[in-house]
Ligand binder design. Sequence first.
Ligand code: PEP
Ligand code: MG
Length: 566
Amino acid sequence: MQTLSDNTYTGVGVAPGRIIGSVRQMPHPVSEPPVGERLSEETTAEQASVALRTAATAVQEALTARAAGALGAGREVLEATALMATDPMLIKAAVKLIVAGSSAERAIWDSAASVAEMLHNLGGYMAERATDVLDVRSRIVAELRGVPAPGIPTSDSPFILIAEDLAPADTATLDPAQVIALVTSSGGPQSHTAIIARALGLPAVVAAAGVTDLPDGARVFIDGAAGTITVDPGAAEVAAAAAWAATAASLAVFDGTGRTADGHLVPLLSNVGGSADAVKAAAAGAQGVGLLRTEFCFLDRDTEPTIDEQVTEYRGVFDAFPGKKVVVRTLDAGADKPLPFLTDASEPNPALGVRGYRTDRTSPGVLERQLSAIAQAADGSSADVWVMAPMVSTADEAAHFAALCATAGLTTPGVMVEVPSAALTAEAILKHVEFVSLGTNDLTQYAMAADRQLGTLAALNTPWQPAVLQLVRLTVAGSVAQGHDKPVGVCGEAAADPALAVVLVGLGVSTLSMTARALSAVGTVLASVTLAQAQELAALALASPSAAEARAAVRARLPILHELGL
Ligand code: PEP
Ligand code: MG
């Protein structure tokens, strides 16, 4: 997927924006010191213990300084981690190992492993601290080795972050005031890293092999729509970046009604991961919520959240959208979003395993309790609450889910179409439920048999693939054939691509749900075409022999994209 022509690297653009800045490379993860590593002959146990304590204090100071400059959840994470760096139990256990002959690096490695295991076994809040212990361990070892600390680097001035790929924990502390764009050499366009870049509004390019060789401080121009990284930008790039800055300001707020130029209404909804997101989405003008990823509310939990905890979280989302539609997705655990209380970490193929709705077979009761929490939260709220199950593959599963919803008193059940079998049997599925929502991220991964997290498969893993567009068409056809014209929405990342959004509307999709940041761009481009033009573009895309040709043909007919730098 990568070429370096002259001074330009090419990858896959996943979030628009044109920006110039200097590069900072994400440090390599810290490797484990060799098992059984001993103190070197020239070091005494006392010297090693002093070195360890000095390193631990340096790590604590660095984390405390970073916490002071961070906001909200990021600040709390950093403060908790800073405290852990000089935890007496951790350090004492390591010093004991040093006295017994272990090297300082190996000693802190082993003592942290024991402390983490102990915390894990305690469960609940203490178990969540186990990750902090392992994080400070890596930082102390890096300090002892004199190499950069792992995690997102800090800098006095904003920078463009380059990494092989980012772990979810890294993105939790990613501060958009510091990191102005994101480039990875791996990572696919539907990966959760790409989703987070879009949510933060950072221009981003993934699968740009070779970029990890760029030296820290190199000045580059990023085009997050074209997917290019240009080293030593010239006058043309400087002008493009300035033009983008003006466009970004004008695209900051959506006017609140999704429609084509001739007035065909297409509600533009938002994807949210909890109440804080919902408040932001409402402020950005979202017409409702098309996907509440409930698993995001509980990703850090080892145990099933209580019904009361769930009610509080869902109510927060409903309250942000009084009188508006909110589609709640039941827990989508598994694959890249493991939840220890639902998923089995030892499955050989987690993406094809017991994930999403399928966990109802292995952990009966969790789904019923979640539906009852959603019903309780909906009760007394004025939001129009719809509910849908992820990873449904058959009409029988849809029927079973609808029955569970009815028992819970939820009157608008639906399912996600993210497995090709569901698209192919949409008509039968829609006999049991009131709506479907296309999850194009997973639908693409399963239609193309290409792991959505792999940068090497990025060219396969795009919803512009003719096979994916056909599955969208068939899903809409299933709804039409079913006779009641039940709504077919899209809540995968495809909806956030303004050009593809037009194609989806042309294919007959009735609502689009996306990260709040994309609402204005999608709304602006959609308003520039009539429904008939959108249908023509959909036909053009469907008739194209490849994803790249479909995208190029449609983009060539939408000059507004170029004007806006999208
Ligand atoms: C999808 O698969 O398109 C989707 C919206 O679900 P998620 O990205 O959470 O798997
Ligand atoms: Mg999905």
